[in-house]
Design a protein around this ligand. Sequence first.
Ligand SMILES: [Zn+2]
Length: 442
Amino acid sequence: MGKGIRTKPKIAFILITACLAFVAAGSSNTQKKASNSQYGSSLFGEYASITKLGRYGTHLILEGELECDADIENINLMLVGPASVARYPLLSSSSGGKVSFWLSDKINNGIFLDAIGVSNYMAFIELECEEGLRHYNLANHAELQEIDYCSISNMNITKRVRLAGGNLKLEGEEDASYFIVKANMQALPEEVYDIVLDPGHGGPFSGAIGKLGTVQYKEKDLNLQVSILVAEKLREAGMKVALVRDVDRDVFPYGSGGRTVLCNELKAKYSFSIHFNSAASNQYQGTEIFIANNSDPGLAIAFADAIVQAVGYKYSNMVVNKIGEGVYNRRFNQADVEESAQTAAGRGYEPYPARVGDNYYFAVREPGGLTTGAWADGRDRVNGSNDFRGSSNTAEGLLLELGYVNNEENLKVIIGKKEEYAQGIVDGLRVYLENQHVNSRY
Ligand SMILES: [Zn+2]
C-alpha cells in the first residue's frame, strides 16, 4: 500500500458486516469487559485501548493508547459506516513502542458531536507508517462506558448520538471488542434540554448595585430581565431552554436544581451564567466572558464579538485575567487559595482542594464536573453538593459578565439596551455553532 492511498481495511469489512447487523438489532448494550489482554491479538487483529472517554458541552473527549514500533506519520480515529468513512486526525506521542493518542489539547475542541452524519459506524484507529496503513480495533477501558448525547435540538427534533463499546461473541473464537457510534434523528426526549441559563444572584442577594442619581439598579434584576429575553429568543430559534430561576429568588449553587447542577440534571449542552459586573474603581466598562482553563475560546470570542456588535458598546478594558478581547479566564491564585481555606475554617469544614491555577468561578468550574475540576462534595453544608462533580459527561459552563453597573456610561447602555445584550448572546451562540458545523472535520 502506497503512502496516502486510502484502502478500506480488511478488518472493517468483517467487523462491519457482523457488527452493523448487531447494532441494527439493537443489542449493542453488551458491557462485559473484553476477555482479551489489553493489546492481545484476536480474530480481527490488534487493539487500541480507549483510556479516557468524555463529553464537554457539544464536544467529544477521547484518549487512548496502542502498541506500535514503527515511526508514525499520521494517526486518525476512523468511523466506518455502510456508505461512508470519516477520519478525524488525532494528536499523538510515542515512547518505547507505546503510542498515546488524543483528539484535542482543548477540552471543548474534540469531535463536534452535532455534526456526525446520521448512520451507524464502527470506530477504528488508523495509523499511517512507512510500511503502509495499520488498523486497530478499539476496546473501551475508560471509566465512562457509553455516551448518549442529544444534539442541539430544533423544534424538539434532535440528532441522538450514542457511543459505546461492546463484545462480539463468535462461535469458537475469543470475544472481539468493538466500539460503535450511532447517530439518528428523533424527537427530543422530554427530560433533555439544550441550554440552561443562570440569572446570577436573586432574592436577598442583589449582586452589584448601580446608581443613576437617586435611582438604584440591582444586578439580580438586570440579570433576570436579560436572561428571560435570551430564553425567549433561543426558544424562537427552536431550542429548548431552562432557567435556574425565573423570579426574584435565591438559588443554591449546588444541590438538585442548583445553578451549576441543573444543566447536567437536564442533560444540557451549555450553562450560561448571566451577570453584570462592578469593581472598586468606576473606570471599568464593557463585556467579559469567562471560560474554563484549557478550553478553546471560540464560543467566548463569538459571544464577546456579537454582544459588542449588537449593543454597539465595548469589550472590557479590564486587563486582569484577560486572554483576548472580551475573553477571560480567572484561576485561583495564592491569595484565593488562602481565602478559600479561611472560608472553610470559618464555616467549620475541611477546605476544598483548591490549588493555584484551578478554575475560580463556580459557574465555570462546577458544570464541567471532572473535566473542569469540580469539587463541591457537600462538605460546605451552606452550599450543598454537586452530584456531577465526578462525571466526565457534562455541560460546558461560561460566565458572562455583560457590563459594569458602577460605571455611569456603561449603566446607561445596560438600562437602554437589554434587548440588544440578549440578542448579542443569541447571535454569538448561533455564529459559534455554525462555525463548528462548517469546520467539523467530518
Ligand atoms: Zn454577579
